[in-house]
Design a protein around this ligand. Structure first.
Ligand code: NAD
Length: 306
């Protein structure tokens, strides 16, 4: 449910595919946003929307009620927290840090404990919904951490998402997100197999997609990415490299807890095949190109790698 945000001050770190849209929506919701990215031009580009660019992490955090991070991987978030001039030494005035990236749950618990020692709350709040969900402020946000910190973070989440859920203690948000990611990966693989079979039989693939969307095989992936797969549009939304990072995190957690995930293991090898063919920065719908190759049906990529 959309909620009215209480205006506050946000330091937003990581102005990439997702962070850019999320920062813009926070500004639209009435928050004062200061943006920081290692690529200074990414933060500068938001000036027209009333978002101030910071030259350092400390500058983004100064006077902020909350600092939100949206970064590629665990070492990036750790660098922003522990690194020289990072948040451990320069926490926001509101003493709340929210990481919305997808990273390792054990790293989240470590940062939660280290920041707690200096009186700063840390919430893990990864998201699902892709760049379109980020743009439309309809993300699903799954948060882990202490209840008072979640309550404080919630009014900021309301500017970025519509399904906002406190799923448990520190790290629980990431665990739920990893469950989300293994379903996404395996679901894309299932769509690839259906499209490969349909294509070989001469079926109209757009019609196949429309029919499937009306029945029990419907899914977000088929809806949002099916056409791009059929058209051979590999332009990134969620990069294959990021999906491989998520599948690695899934498998690390599964091994630590002795949970066999055979379907995840199989689809991971196919994403690795895609990366080995230079497609790491393509969108993850380009997994279909692995099936193109296996079926001897290689098509020119409309965008991205060869
Ligand atoms: P991205 O690579 O487009 O953006 C990351 C941004 O962080 C870049 O602008 C980069 O310059 C910046 N950055 C990297 N290291 C930094 C540092 N140390 N300090 C400051 N800035 C730094 O990635 P994205 O697609 O926006 O994804 C961000 C996170 O969200 C990832 O963890 C990803 O798995 C997750 N996610 C992505 C999607 C998606 O569809 N793209 C969907 C859900 C979740």
């Amino acid at each position: 449910m959309t909620q009215q945000a209480t205006p506050g001050s946000v330091g937003f770190i990581g102005i990439g595919t997702m962070g850019r849209e999320m920062a813009l929506n926070l500004a639209k919701a009435g928050h004062r946003v200061t943006a920081y990215d290692v690529r200074r031009e990414a933060a500068d580009a938001l000036a027209g929307a009333g978002i101030r660019a910071a030259a350092t992490i400390a500058e983004a955090a100064a006077g902020a009620d909350v600092v939100i991070t949206m970064l590629p991987d665990t070492p990036d978030v750790e660098a922003v927290v522990y690194g020289d001039g990072g948040l451990l030494a320069h926490p926001p005035a509101g003493r709340l840090v929210v990481d919305m990236s997808t990273i390792a749950p054990d790293a989240v618990r470590r940062m939660h404990a280290d920041l707690a020692r200096v009186g700063v709350a840390f919430v893990d709040a990864p998201v699902s919904g892709g760049p379109l969900g980020a743009k439309n402020a309809t993300l699903s946000i799954m948060a882990g951490g202490d209840a008072p910190a979640f309550a404080k973070a919630r009014s900021f989440f309301a500017g970025m998402g519509t399904t906002i859920t406190h799923v448990g203690d520190s790290g629980a948000g990431q665990t739920v997100k990893l469950c989300n990611q293994l379903i996404c990966g395996i679901n894309i693989q299932a769509i690839c197999e259906a499209l490969a079979l349909g294509r070989a039989a001469g079926v109209d693939l757009q019609q196949l997609r429309t029919v499937l969307l009306g029945g029990s095989a419907a899914s977000w992936m088929l809806d949002k990415l099916g056409s791009a797969m059929i058209e051979g549009d590999a332009s990134a939304g969620f990069r294959i490299d990021l999906m491989l990072k998520d599948l690695r995190l899934v498998q690390q957690q599964a091994q630590a807890q002795n949970v066999p995930l055979p379907a995840t293991a199989l689809v991971t090898t196919q994403y690795l095949d895609a990366r080995a063919h230079g497609e790491g920065s393509n969108g993850n719908q380009a997994l279909f190109r692995v099936y193109d190759r296996m079926a001897g049906q290689v098509r020119p990529s409309k965008t991205g790698a060869p």
